[in-house]
Design a binder for this molecule. Structure first.
Ligand code: M6R
Length: 361
């Protein structure tokens, strides 16, 4: 049932305010400015002993894990990174008892992720899951975890589950942070920010007509460049994947700082750049990247908290706490990919060559 929407993708994009509400519900503890995660199965002493966090997933879940790693580093001050599960599995990784491993999966059935979990467990590691489908294979194999509560996602491309997964990571990072060195004040700041998300997502969804017009303008591109920096880089990666999957337009994502190390050679009017430009401590750096692109007469579409002078178009999104901004900045780009694919007449819910869950190697 598409509930009045033309596609599941559109329905699922629209459901995000409710979905985010659901992942937060019942978990916030205002008294201690922290969260309760019932299924985590990790006590405070164990949480204090974690020396590293390694996040494993595929595709969109890997991108959500990249943002998750950034949240764990900034809120809990634990070194963290994300890696595609299959890469991890085949490079005979050093498995370390002080590392917390986290498997991320919407379906909970992705073979590469499941196999990585099994390999880790065989080696005695502690593995948690950040999973959407309750009772799925990965949920069962892991020692505990955080359910994402995005609800069923039917469209082959992931949208609401991406957003909810990142929010689930924010909860986990807040929880670990408050056991370690995150202050009550910072805990409260993040909780207040999390509570603002559903209404802010609704505000972004109201920009759909404007985004549709932009999509029509850019749909003639043969290729698109997505750039972002630190927190913005996984947003760029995910936006580029979304565009590829459903519009079949070639897209690349780069850290903004890497442009001058090569990809700047590609910039010309026929290759538009989508830039993630949050109003944070890196704003001036990001503006400099826009200038580099503009100087090569590249068209620029910015996603930012205020109009960007160097950009041809800016999608202005509401500001949250710096750490949570990536959650909001991805949403207009889901709509951009959607309307680009729509104007090209693509089969949005079932893109060619793809399956919803990849249960084979
Ligand atoms: O179910 P999972 O989250 O484990 O799936 C992982 C990827 O296969 C998935 O995210 C894929 O990249 C989607 N088509 C993204 O839109």
């Amino acid at each position: 049932d598409m509930g009045g929407h033309d596609t599941y993708m559109h329905k699922e994009i629209s459901e995000q305010p409710d979905a985010v509400d659901r992942v937060l519900r019942g978990r916030i503890d205002d008294r201690f400015s922290t969260v309760h995660l019932g299924g985590l199965n990790l006590d405070a002493r164990e949480a204090r002993g974690i020396r590293r966090v390694k996040i494993l997933g595929c595709g969109t879940s890997y991108h959500a894990g990249m943002i998750g790693a950034g949240l764990v580093e900034s809120l809990a001050r634990i070194p963290a990174d994300a890696e595609p599960a299959s890469e991890f599995r085949y490079r005979n990784p050093v498995v370390d008892p002080d590392t917390l491993y986290i498997a991320v999966s919407q379906s909970g059935e992705t073979y590469d992720v499941l196999a990585a979990v099994q390999e880790l467990k065989r080696k005695g590691a502690r593995v948690l899951g950040v999973v959407n489908v309750v009772g799925s294979a990965i949920a069962r194999e892991t020692d505990g975890g955080v359910y994402v509560h995005a609800g069923p996602e039917v469209c082959v491309v992931s949208t609401k589950c991406f957003t909810n997964t990142v929010v689930a990571f924010a909860l986990l990072a807040l929880h670990l942070g408050r056991i370690r060195d995150l202050s009550v004040a910072d805990g409260k700041r993040i909780i207040d920010g999390l509570r603002r998300l559903p209404a802010q997502i609704s505000e972004i969804l109201e920009l759909e007509d404007e985004i549709k017009k932009l999509a029509d303008l850019y749909a003639d591109a043969k290729s698109m460049m997505f750039i972002g920096r630190v927190r913005g880089y996984p947003v760029a990666l995910e936006a580029s994947l979304k565009l590829k999957e459903i519009s079949y337009i070639h897209a690349e994502a780069y850290p903004a700082s890497e442009l001058k190390h090569g990809p700047l050679a590609l910039i010309e009017p026929a290759l538009p750049t989508v830039a993630i430009v949050p109003d944070d401590e890196l704003l001036e750096k990001n503006r400099a990247a826009l200038e580099e692109v503009k100087a090569r007469s590249g068209r620029i579409l910015a996603v930012a908290h205020q109009e960007q002078e160097k950009a041809d178009h800016t999608i202005v999104v509401p500001k949250n706490e710096d750490e949570l901004d990536p959650i909001l900045m991805g949403i207009p780009l889901q709509l951009l990919a959607y309307h680009t694919a729509l104007s090209l007449g693509r089969d949005i819910d079932k893109p060619r060559n793809l399956a919803k869950s990849v249960t084979v190697e």
